[in-house]
Design a binder for this molecule. Structure first.
Ligand code: IDP
Length: 148
């Protein structure tokens, strides 16, 4: 029978997703949100925003020392994005699976990045990489009253 364990506890989690400016420019908002819903993730919060350079820099603060930080924050602030909180069993890992590898050329078939993204920089979606980071990222963009 089924027994809970560390590897298969399927915790109900929340994760932060961003449809990056290239995804919005390509008119893929509905396409991407439908993938989340089809995979059993519930959209618990949702907004569209045009990030300032400073907001993008604050969000990607952990990447401050990386050589691509300037390129990344310029890109993330060049047009509107769609920011959502996804909720469900193993939401963090499930979203990362739906996204595919950072480099679209290396992403598995059927993933968002394989199907829609053009380059390692303009890779269409962001997703939190841990439950701990998800909590920080959700609080960066959403007030408690905006989470349903
Ligand atoms: P992730 O988004 O798959 O978690 P990270 O390594 O955390 O990937 O990088 C964050 C974001 O920074 C990527 O999604 C991508 O937009 C950008 N990025 C990563 N590596 C490069 C690069 O080599 N050149 C330009 N942009 C990059």
């Amino acid at each position: 029978g089924w027994e809970p364990d560390d590897k298969h506890n399927m915790a109900v989690e929340r994760t932060l997703s961003i449809i990056k400016p290239d995804g919005v420019e390509k008119n893929k908002i509905g396409n991407i949100l439908a993938r989340f819903e089809s995979a059993g993730l519930r959209i618990a919060a949702l907004k569209m925003a045009h990030l300032s350079r400073a907001e993008a820099e604050g969000f990607y603060y952990v990447h401050k020392a990386r050589p691509f930080f300037g390129e990344l924050t310029e890109f993330m602030s060049r047009g509107p994005v769609v920011i959502s909180v996804l909720e469900g069993a193993d939401a963090v890992a499930k979203n990362r699976e739906l996204m595919g590898a950072t480099d679209p050329a290396k992403a598995a078939p059927g993933t968002i990045r394989k199907d829609l993204a053009t380059s390692v920089g303009e890779n269409t979606v962001h997703g939190s990489d841990s439950a701990e980071n998800a909590a920080w990222e959700i609080a960066y963009f959403f007030a408690g009253s905006e989470l349903t």
